[in-house]
Write a protein that binds this ligand. Structure first.
Ligand code: PLP
Length: 450
């Protein structure tokens, strides 16, 4: 059987993890760094096809995580496999830092056509999300001659030292690494389900006003004069922080602030980009045009590629200022070009339509269960926040972990984000039939966990 989207239901036939899985987990514990933030459940993958993952013991899971929002076209999409295979037969590596090949300008031109950055752009190629963010930080410093950055609480931008200076979603990511490498000040993110003052729900206008005042009335007038700020770096939808979208008016105000003070607006779309939110880029929901964008994860359908794309008036640094041996690898670019073709052909639209169907189903569960405090997001980037009850909205992280585990036991792969939320980030090929199966399992898992 070749499971793609058709297989009706997960098949769990061994204890989890099974005996072969347990062997691999033991070897991993012996030889692999213990720093990976893996969840309580242990999935040991052997193969993937479409929305289905088969583990080493032959159990088949419905994947609603897509390798953390990476396998946008599903696992081993035949057209992606073909594009990669064809490329490996011709040229695997050349090193774009020193030589030329057509892939780099091909993808850069395609991105120039589709990104919502105004005017001409230039693209730098890297290998990961964190590296794309590093590029954005360097290019903003180089362009402005300034050193300070503004980032948001609960944001995640990667773990390399520059990107880590922006990241603030968990103390474990920072602990042991001493002072920040960069001069970054963190400000509250406009999460309307949890106002930073009292951790309680509010409306978009209030949270937008209060978060903007923090920047304009507080830090600009005290610690962080705006003329010293190189860039404001923001996720249009916070990913690791809990799948929290920023209100449109907030993003528009950040654009205004950047324009007023010559600050570079960097939008990190590493997790939210490439069709995940039902538009090609999440920032398009607000009609804001950033100066710089960071892409990775979903653009390569699983192959490692990171992109920093900027206005060409900003990315106008000189020879040697920034480069990477592997960045822009031709096999990864072949995969990215095919991914964008599939996204434009049907998958962005599928993300919008089937994502709305999933969101409606999750909202029904929110009505049914007092422990679901919030359902939010766009397209196939949906967050579900668990609380002890709707009256108090007290975060329920342990319940979230239990639900995540109970889903795994029933053959559904989902993953937590933030302190007490679950993210839905399925492959963008997910069908309504897949959603029905996933929601039935999610429902059972919640029932079994409360
Ligand atoms: N930026 C965002 C918004 C992310 O979600 C992530 C990873 O989750 C990163 C950057 C870092 O990407 P990577 O893990 O590829 O370095």
């Amino acid at each position: 059987m070749t499971p793609t989207t058709e297989l009706q239901k997960p098949i769990i036939k061994t204890e989890l993890p099974g005996p072969k899985g347990r062997e691999i987990i033991a070897a991993d514990a012996k030889y692999v760094t213990p720093s990976y933030p893996r969840p309580d459940y242990k999935l040991v993958a052997e193969s993937g096809s479409g929305v289905w993952i088969t583990d080493v013991d032959g159990n088949i899971f419905l994947d609603c995580n897509a390798g953390v929002a990476v396998c946008s076209t599903g696992h081993c999409h035949p057209e992606i496999v073909e594009a990669i295979t064809r490329q490996t037969e011709k040229l695997i590596h050349m090193c774009g830092t020193d030589f030329y090949y057509r892939h780099m300008p091909d993808l850069a031109q395609k991105l120039d056509e589709i990104v919502p950055i105004e005017g001409a752009t230039k693209t730098h190629f890297a290998n990961s999300g964190a590296e794309a963010v590093e590029t954005a930080l360097k290019v903003a410093m180089h362009h402005t001659g300034r050193q300070k950055f503004i980032s948001f609480f609960s944001s995640f931008h990667g773990r390399t030292l520059g990107a880590l200076s922006l990241t603030s979603s968990r103390a474990a990511q920072r602990k042991g690494f001493m002072r920040q490498a960069l001069d970054v000040i963190h400000v509250p993110y406009p999460n309307k389900f949890r106002h930073f003052a009292n951790n309680q729900p509010t409306d978009e206008e209030t949270i937008t006003r209060d978060c903007l005042a923090w920047i304009e009335e507080r830090i600009f007038k005290t610690t962080t004069p705006p003329e010293e700020v190189a860039a404001i770096v923001i996720e249009a939808v916070q990913g690791e922080g809990g799948y929290v979208p920023a209100p449109k008016g907030f993003l528009q105000a950040i654009r205004r602030i950047c324009d007023e003070h010559g600050i570079v607006m960097v939008v990190d779309e590493v997790q939210s980009g490439m069709g995940r939110t039902g538009k090609m880029f999440a920032i398009e929901h607000s009609e804001v045009k950033p100066d710089v964008m960071c892409l990775a994860k979903g653009i390569g359908s699983g192959l490692p590629i990171g992109i920093c794309i900027a206005k060409d008036s900003i990315m106008n640094w000189g020879k040697g200022a920034h480069a990477s041996t592997f960045g822009g690898n031709p096999v990864c670019i072949a995969s990215a070009l095919k991914t964008i073709e599939l996204l434009e052909r049907e998958l962005v639209e599928n993300s919008r339509v089937v994502g709305a169907y999933l969101e409606a189903g999750l909202n029904k569960l929110k009505d049914k269960y007092d422990v679901i405090g919030d359902v939010r997001g766009f397209g196939m980037m949906l967050g579900v926040e668990f609380v002890t009850d709707k009256a108090t909205n007290e975060p329920a992280p342990e319940l979230r972990d239990k639900v995540e585990y109970a889903c795994y036991e029933r053959g559904l792969i989902i993953l937590g984000c933030g302190a007490n939320s679950i993210r839905w980030s399925p492959p963008l090929i997910l069908t309504k039939e897949n959603v029905d199966v996933a929601l039935e399992i999610f429902d059972q898992a919640i029932k079994a966990s409360i």
